[in-house]
Design a protein around this ligand. Structure first.
Ligand SMILES: Cc1cc2nc3c(=O)[nH]c(=O)nc-3n(C[C@H](O)[C@H](O)[C@H](O)COP(=O)(O)OP(=O)(O)OC[C@H]3O[C@@H](n4cnc5c(N)ncnc54)[C@H](O)[C@@H]3O)c2cc1C
Length: 408
């Protein structure tokens, strides 16, 4: 079967690109090795200029995935002391932008449903194995239910997230300076009893040596348990499983939760893999979302920046199909646009953080692996304490002070 455009990955950016292209009349196929609806913890969204949602007519549906309260519990190792910190987002930023939390599963499903409604052919459980560029078309080889399959398309959009299929194949990735060297080691567990005791969208944190350990609820009966440590703190452990289960044992309340549950995901280690790709657009392919770039952002600006980039990508594809070929100057303009979008988002968050005069502290806490809400909670906790901290350790100390004051 031949398509105008084949999109690899039905995550946030793949579905959004597919929906917008199909709306413009392109014959689009969207393939994912899973379903595209991955188990994400809820994420922070900068609500700013989300014109893509207006173009797709789903602004109100998407607004149903927003929630405005962030909740964080800090517990001691035995869960004898527990402090609940909450913050409610408001719309008080002067330029009209504001932050919300989004339920990523619902958010991504709204985009995927919209793509399907606009005529996109959606194929879950299709793992792309290889891509061959020929003179007139591109061949995509994938595996579905143990069968080797092939389709052709005139143009490919790589939205495969951090797998970065094309960037790896064509060697387009370069590492960029990372702000944080922490590593997260996590797994998912299921238990109706444990999950029902967790407040939705909250995160539960206990400090451990060189880092912290957290539990966060996921949809259904699932929850995530993770450690956040500096890379060096992994020390002499020989495997992720060993470090994960050894450190969990030192936190009895989390150990009990794990023992009373069923593990449903292998232990995964996530390092900060900040990178940027070159040649993001040619007349054969485009890279979008995390397949193109991953930066360790503050409070992570991924969703809104990625939706803006999707609009630019679709504009570029329309130009390519209208015979305004992707000559080098055009490609360069596109890459500049993408970089400007990424930088502007970061600048906006920085200026917002500046207003708390704690920029350096947040920098210390910027963490690409775990819910970005944590720095935000800390900020709102410290705003009242007038602490001016310059490192994450100081910030954690200030946090402890604030929390112990709350306990007493
Ligand atoms: C820990 C963490 C926390 C974050 N927190 C925030 C936050 O608070 N706010 C925010 O705005 N952003 C946040 N982000 C960023 C945000 O999650 C990403 O920007 C966004 O998910 C990227 O979407 P994507 O479509 O590029 O990739 P993904 O959503 O990862 O989708 C990629 C899809 O490609 C599929 N795929 C991969 N390989 C193949 C293959 N070979 N064949 C077929 N399909 C394939 C996968 O199954 C997946 O469905 C966070 C990111 C991380 C890692």
């Amino acid at each position: 079967m031949n398509y105008d455009i084949a999109i690899i990955g039905a995550g946030l950016t793949g579905s959004a690109t597919a929906a917008l292209l199909a709306k413009q009349g392109f014959k689009v196929i969207l393939l994912d090795k899973g379903t595209g609806l991955n188990f994400h913890l809820s994420e922070t969204l900068l609500v700013q200029d989300l014109t893509l949602l207006d173009s797709l007519g789903i602004t109100n549906q998407i607004a149903n995935t927003y929630h405005y309260e962030m909740v964080c519990y800090y517990l001691d190792k035995d869960a004898r002391q527990k402090v609940r910190i909450s913050h409610t987002f408001d719309k008080s930023y002067t330029d009209g932008t504001y932050l919300v939390r989004v339920d990523r599963e619902k958010f991504d499903k709204t985009l995927l449903d919209c793509a399907i409604k606009n005529g996109v052919v959606y194929r879950p459980c299709c793992e792309i194995k290889n891509i061959d560029f020929t003179e007139n078309a591109t061949e995509i080889f994938y595996n579905h239910a143990s069968n080797n399959c092939k389709i052709s398309a005139k143009f490919i959009v790589d939205a495969s997230g951090k797998s970065s299929l094309l960037a790896n194949k064509l060697n387009l990735k370069s590492q960029i300076k990372k702000l944080d060297d922490r590593v997260t080691i996590f797994s998912h567990f299921e238990s109706e009893a444990i999950r029902s005791g967790l407040e939705s969208h909250a995160i539960y944190i206990t400090e451990i040596k060189n880092g912290y350990i957290f539990i966060a609820p996921l949809p259904g009966n699932r929850f995530s348990v993770g450690l956040v440590l500096s890379e060096q703190a992994q020390g002499n452990f020989t495997s992720s499983e060993e470090i994960f289960f050894s450190l969990i044992k030192e936190t009895p309340w989390i150990n009990r939760s794990v023992l009373d549950s069923h593990q449903v995901l292998p232990v995964i280690t996530a390092n900060n893999h900040s990178y940027l790709c070159k040649n993001l657009l040619t007349n054969k392919y485009a890279l979008v979302g995390e397949a193109a770039a991953f930066r360790d952002p503050f409070l992570c600006n991924g969703i809104s920046a990625n939706l803006k980039i999707v609009e630019k990508t679709v504009e570029a594809i329309v130009a390519i199909f209208s015979n305004i070929s992707a000559h080098p100057a055009y490609t360069e303009t596109y890459e500049n646009d993408v970089n400007i979008i990424l930088e502007n988002q970061t600048k906006k968050l920085l200026s917002w953080i500046d207003s708390y005069s704690l920029k350096l502290s947040v920098q210390g806490l910027a963490d690409p692996h775990i819910p970005y809400g944590i720095p935000y909670f800390l900020l709102s906790a410290f705003k009242s304490s007038n602490e001016s901290c310059v490192s994450s350790i100081n910030l954690m100390n200030a946090a402890r002070k604030t929390f112990s004051e709350q306990i007493s």
